[in-house]
Design a protein around this ligand. Structure first.
Ligand SMILES: [Zn+2]
Length: 229
């Protein structure tokens, strides 16, 4: 006869399982090739602890036991492995937007478009870079948007290997960011109130970015055809 367990389920296990499934799905989309990208969920807020993938490993095949827990200073407090230097940016997004999960991809579309963003104001003021998108039904997948006519402006920050400086620079643009921010030549950070919303926002933003570069390409091809005939 099998003894019935009276232990309460551990919410960390469910969160870890969910995060691994999301990372596997993102990997299948080709948004974190190699050891690219990083992914985190808020495990608790007081004191702050993030459940996240360790640095320098392929994210698609991770199991819950492979994950690490990181404190509010980006120090590993549970599990084996290093915390990514980009943990500081995850922490900045959690702090500034009260995000429950942060998903960071190195997709083709995000990397490409982050280098083509229009300047707003002085191009030397990196905080002024943004990528605007409007006119697409899929915009409505972002929380708070109910019409394709609404425009979003995704902030674009210059890449920086000094993550403390990059995170500090991100704090201002994060306030108005539409659940996503681009790092130039690097990738996309998307977030949401919980893992489900973060995944939804990531998928929507990746769709919008894909759509945007394809549209730019077709328009330019069209222009080329006009000038050569
Ligand atoms: Zn990265």
């Amino acid at each position: 006869m099998t003894a019935t367990s009276t232990e309460a389920p551990d919410p960390k296990n469910d969160l870890a399982q969910g995060l691994c499934e999301v990372m596997a799905a993102i990997d299948r989309r080709g948004w974190c090739d190699g050891t690219g990208g990083n992914f985190s969920c808020v495990l608790r807020r007081q004191p702050l602890a993030l459940l996240m993938a360790p640095s320098g490993v392929e994210k698609g095949g991770l199991k819950p036991c492979d994950l690490i827990v990181v404190n509010g200073k980006a120090e590993v407090i549970e599990g084996k492995g290093r915390a990514s230097a980009e943990t500081l940016l995850h922490l900045a997004i959690v702090a500034q937007r009260e995000a429950g999960a942060v998903l960071h991809t190195h997709s083709q579309a995000a990397t490409l478009l982050s280098r083509l963003a229009n300047f707003k104001g002085d191009p030397l003021e990196a905080e002024g870079w943004q990528l605007t998108i409007k006119g697409l039904e899929m915009l409505k997948g972002l929380q708070g948007i109910d019409s394709h006519e609404q425009q979003i402006a995704i902030p674009v920050l210059p890449n920086d290997q000094d993550l403390a400086r990059l995170s500090q620079r991100a704090m201002g643009p994060l306030i108005e960011a539409p659940f996503g921010i681009l790092i130039s030549g690097h990738g996309l950070y998307a977030w949401g109130d919980d893992l489900t919303m973060a995944k939804r926002h990531l998928e929507i933003l990746e769709f919008l970015l894909e759509q945007h570069w394809r549209e730019l390409l077709l328009r330019n091809l069209g222009n080329g055809m006009v000038t050569t005939t």
